[in-house]
Design a protein around this ligand. Sequence first.
Ligand SMILES: Nc1ncnc2c1ncn2[C@@H]1O[C@H](COP(=O)(O)OP(=O)(O)OP(=O)(O)O)[C@@H](O)[C@H]1O
Length: 302
Amino acid sequence: MIEVRELSKRYGAVRAVDGLSFTVEPGYVAGFLGPNGAGKSTTMRAVLGLDAPTSGEALVNGGRYADIRRPMCEVGALLDANAVHGGRSAVNHLRCLARSNGIGDKRVVEVLEQVGLAGAARRRVAAMSLGMKQRLGVAAALLGDPGVLLFDEPVNGLDPEGIRWIRDLMRGLAAEGRTVLVSSHLMSEMAVTADRVVVIGRGRLILETSMRELTERFRRDVLVRTPDPAGLRRALERGGAVVVPDEDALLVQGLEAADIADAAARSGIAVHELTPRSASLEDAYLELTEDSVEFRTEEVAR
Ligand SMILES: Nc1ncnc2c1ncn2[C@@H]1O[C@H](COP(=O)(O)OP(=O)(O)OP(=O)(O)O)[C@@H](O)[C@H]1O
């Protein structure tokens, strides 16, 4: 479990994180979303004890990272895949990490296999592609078999096969009952990976909700097809709906699909299609974060 409570972090005049609170429980993938500079990395660094909060706290399983006796066995993280000593081989890099945490060499072999790097174990890190370094970073995060995992923008640098792999891995880790927090600035990526989202902007919480509720919240209208559009329109407007004809369909706002079906049945009108439509999650995300984007395209263009 990860608990961020009233967390603030200042760098001089910059409020990187500003009174942020949220909780991530075990068993699902939590997407940590926000535009560039929103404070995602700073928050993750605070959880991992790499940055001291200006105020507030970030806890792992109820305690501070600094107080964990064998940190790699409790929390694993992939932050910057490039921040690895390039001269070592993959296997030596992992062995060093393992030994410093009292983890045996057998586990090193296991995680290399798990991330698909068994065949490249002796390759020097400097000679690895970014995608391979990402896999090595994931191997390091998994070394201690921790119950809490943090991934900062893990799909960066991965090809489509790698993206699919890391997505399945994160979902698998959550399904095993682990706590999984993954940051991204792409809603499209989170839509297929995360069960819940924590959206932040300018260091503050914008929204913490399930993916399903997010879709519901941005429900736009219901598309209805019927052989009697004029009759159904009258019936729905009597029920308080706003109805806009659209080619051979009606776009209905203010009533749920079930209410529309009931109204049609009461009026003896057949319905051939009823499709609730939401704004795209990408649009929803842009709307949520529009006040928190540091640099806008049109401003740059001017
Ligand atoms: N060490 C630092 N010194 C000064 N300012 C910093 C430092 N680290 C982060 N910041 C600033 O804090 C703010 C939040 O940065 P952070 O990296 O946490 O955001 P982010 O959401 O992870 O963004 P990105 O996706 O671009 O990495 C930014 O304005 C950033 O410039």
